[in-house]
Design a protein around this ligand. Structure first.
Ligand SMILES: C[S@@+](CC[C@H](N)C(=O)[O-])C[C@H]1O[C@@H](n2cnc3c(N)ncnc32)[C@H](O)[C@@H]1O
Length: 230
């Protein structure tokens, strides 16, 4: 089964762009939950507490979702790339408590009214979606006492707010796509999150093992007592 669209066919939407992410990969081991993508022994699933249910926004291959499902969590994982969803379903069809949904994150949160004890995103949809659109929807779906956590690459100097991504299909072609990613300092994320009803915001930078490389920014937050889903 082939999961990648051909190299030469240019994507016409952002979802199609992600169809081309990590082609031809084997099923990952999913031995631990990984916020950095580097299997570097940093923080893992304990960041999420002990949720009964969890929502992964932008799982791609679904490694973290699979790790949680194997630990007994009921996991829903939402990705707008049809290719990533097909591949993840194929990889993890032995895990009955893991569901992959093909949907855009905001659209899913508008239509599905289940509360989740943990909502997370590792270098996923949270990085690539306007937080003013996404965060109110997440706040509504987070069960009381639940945790919202996400990670993305630590921003470089002056790379704050919506940043245009470069690379194949994103620059230098007539049919180029515009892809934005939203990244902030810890303090700026704290302000954005509080504006949308979150509290207890914590941030940490997980340094890259590669000398001079940017690390991973990991943010956790909770909803104020009266804010979230019941
Ligand atoms: C860089 S990959 C990260 C994958 C995975 N979380 C990981 O840690 O390796 C980003 C994923 O987010 C998905 N994504 C981006 N924006 C999205 C959105 N608005 N709704 C749903 N999925 C989205 C992409 O399709 C892609 O699979």
């Amino acid at each position: 089964m082939s999961f990648a669209t051909p190299e030469h066919s240019a994507p016409t939407t952002l979802a199609e762009y992600w169809d081309k992410y990590r082609p031809g990969r084997q099923r990952p081991a999913a031995h631990r939950f990984d916020w950095t993508g580097l299997a570097d022994g940093g923080p893992g699933a304990e960041i999420l507490g002990e949720p009964k249910t969890a929502l992964d926004l932008g799982p791609a291959e679904g490694e973290n979702a699979a790790f949680l499902a194997r630990s007994g969590v009921e996991v829903t994982a939402v990705d707008f790339s049809a290719v990533q969803v097909d591949r993840a379903r194929e990889f993890w069809n032995d895990l009955p408590n893991l569901e992959f949904v093909h949907a855009e994150a905001c659209g899913f949160l508008d239509q599905d009214d289940r509360p989740f004890h943990a909502i997370y995103s590792t270098w996923g949809a949270v990085w690539f979606t306007d937080p003013d659109e996404l965060f109110p929807r997440i706040a509504r779906r987070l069960a009381p006492g639940g945790v919202f956590a996400f990670s993305h690459r630590e921003p470089g100097p002056d790379q704050y707010g919506p940043q245009q991504m470069g690379g194949a299909w994103l620059e230098g072609r007539e049919d180029e796509l515009t892809m934005l990613r939203w990244q902030y300092t810890a303090g700026q994320w704290s302000d954005v999150l509080k504006r949308h009803g979150f509290s207890n915001v914590r941030a940490r930078v997980l340094p890259s093992p590669e000398r001079g490389a940017l690390g991973t920014l990991l943010i956790t937050a909770r909803v104020a007592a009266c804010g979230g889903a019941s």
